[in-house]
Design a protein around this ligand. Sequence first.
Ligand code: FEO
Length: 426
Amino acid sequence: MSHLPVISLNTIPQAVALSERVHWVGALDPNLRNFDIILKTANGTSYNAYVVRGSEGVAVIDTVKENFAGDFFTRLEAVARYDEIKVIVLNHLEPDHTGALPELMRRAPQARVYISQKAQSMLKALLKQDHFEFTPVITGDTVSLGDRTLQFLHTPYLHWPDTQCTYLEEEAILFSGDVFGCHFCDSRLFNDVVGDFRFSFEYYYAHIMRPFKEFVNRALTLIEPLTLNTILPAHGPLLRDQPQRYVQRYKELSRSALQSEINEGEKTLLIFYISSYGNTRRMAEAIYEGAMSVDNVRVSLYDLEGSEIAPFVDLIEGADGLIFGTPTINGDAVKPVWDLLSSLAVINLKAKLGGVFGSYGWTGEGVKMVEDRLRGLKLRVPIPGIRIKLIPTEEETQLCREFGHELALDLMGLRQAKVIDIADLV
Ligand code: FEO
């Protein structure tokens, strides 16, 4: 009987050479199933850290989560002495990359820490002390290791304010932090030999980078012109095979899905509603009519009772304005509306127009609650929500039409500020 060799996917005994001067010294966390509470991790994750050796010193780029510091130091000691470490680069200060930092600074006290400008206060909070040597850097700054040079790229909000990338000029390697990363643990490490991690790459982008598309696009303007032999992210496979594919994929994912559907000069306004007795639906239809009467506003009406939420998240991301209709039941807006609103954390809603309406029986708090939530999500709500007790009269239906019309005008920048005549008040 033949014996097949046992291959463990999750253990690596030592530092891994990526080139003659660059080593992976990270850690594998194959058993993690949930990252930061919000992300599923079917394949665990890795915390990638790297060592770059120059003729005049060694740089360590990022560290690992605290529980994995032992693996990190074992691998680091296999390729460098602590007294050789001249530079510590932190591309991102979240604890999964800085857990071993305090101990590394104790072991290599001569090393200087390089961080982005926005990381300074975070680093102080992390180390709980003010007295340590660090250099804040911006795009174009470099640090020399003799025959190796690290150049910094300011890439904030990918996905924290502090994030940056670091480029090893002589080898065309980009240490990208969380950017281009994913939670996928496989000890074969390299993208051309690990299992199929495409779903993980897309899932990571959708949950971590998507709210910051604008910043992704800005970062890509710095990254795209670079010659890239390899991209080394802080999580998941090391992208040595066709690294540009991942840059291009980020570019595609950071485009708005609706851009090509909407004509120049048009704005999109989406109305979502749910109705228990048809009254909130009547309001929705009247608001829809009113909004439709404004030129160049593409208005859509959706009943949440007949819908899945996921496709709406894409629509909402590309829309200019959002109006939500909810009845009030037991003193609250109804669950489908809250479910939709709680799904919007993965997209950027800042400065979109918002509006709320709804029919009620007793008290009608739901409209105000949703309005507050929209403001919390950073939408602008230029007109107070409209509430109608039970069945809208013809006069109230007309008010709904006007509400839709005014919101659509506001969306187009055509709404006149109301002039209050003092004579009307006396
Ligand atoms: Fe992998 Fe944002 O930390």
